[in-house]
Design a binder for this molecule. Structure first.
Ligand code: GRF
Length: 230
């Protein structure tokens, strides 16, 4: 009897704490920093998801490593702070002073989650360490198949019947981090690289907001390579 009363008191004492904890995790508005090199259609899908209220986030800053990248125009159109990040002398990676500057800009902007939305450079451990488990990438293939560039063309040339898209956490490798969301896209008989890529992009624009929603919910854990959701 005494024992049961003791446990009831413990339960009542802990319950409010647990509830608060759950609320904090669920109400995890994301402060995003987007890095891109191209058209910015994936950034647009995130902007749209925020605008329609299906993603609890804001985009604090957009950085592009190409001075006239369309992603910068899009950001300006939506009133999102943006700037060109000169990554010279390197062509395929973000390292050295540019990496330092990038981290500084993202931190100053209050970013907690970094989104690589068509960013055509390898990011290095320093950036990953500045945002642990908070750098996400989108890749137009069903990883681990076809990492690297033009993966939709690789899938077509290989003779795949199914292609797709992957959103994953970024680790020190290339397109190799734990997978958050994948979407399959059938390869059609008359597909060209362009038509297949266009249909993959439709799924990209669903997959990225979906993955960010999982992060915002806080209801996931990373166990080795597996991202357990719920
Ligand atoms: C997308 O296909 C993405 O998967 C890849 O680069 C492309 C970027 O497209 N990493 P956008 O700039 O978001 O339109």
């Amino acid at each position: 009897m005494r024992r049961r009363r003791y446990y009831t008191i413990i339960r009542r004492t802990l319950a409010p704490c647990r509830a608060d904890y759950a609320i904090i995790r669920v109400m995890g508005k994301l402060h995003l920093g987007v890095l891109g090199s191209g058209a910015g259609s994936n950034m647009q899908s995130i902007v749209d998801a925020i605008a329609e209220g299906s993603l609890d986030a804001d985009i604090r800053i957009v950085l592009a490593d190409v001075p006239d990248a369309k992603i910068l125009e899009r950001a300006k159109r939506h009133g999102i702070p943006c700037q060109y990040l000169n990554c010279a002398p390197w062509k395929t990676k973000l390292e050295g002073p540019a990496e330092d500057r990038c981290i500084e800009i993202l931190k100053e902007a209050g970013v907690d989650t970094v989104v690589l939305a068509g960013f055509m450079r390898i990011v290095k451990p320093k950036l990953l360490a500045a945002f642990p488990n908070r750098v996400l990438n989108i890749h137009p293939a069903l990883l681990p198949a076809f990492p690297g560039v033009h993966s939709w063309k690789q899938a077509l040339d290989y003779g795949c019947k199914v292609a797709g898209v992957t959103v994953h956490f970024v680790d020190a490798g290339t397109d190799s981090g734990p997978i958050i969301v994948q979407k399959a896209v059938p390869v059609l008989e008359d597909d060209t690289p362009e038509t297949l890529h266009a249909r993959i992009q439709v799924q990209e624009h669903i997959a990225f907001p979906e993955a960010l929603n999982i992060i915002a919910s806080g209801k996931y854990s990373i166990e080795g390579r597996r991202v357990r959701i719920g």
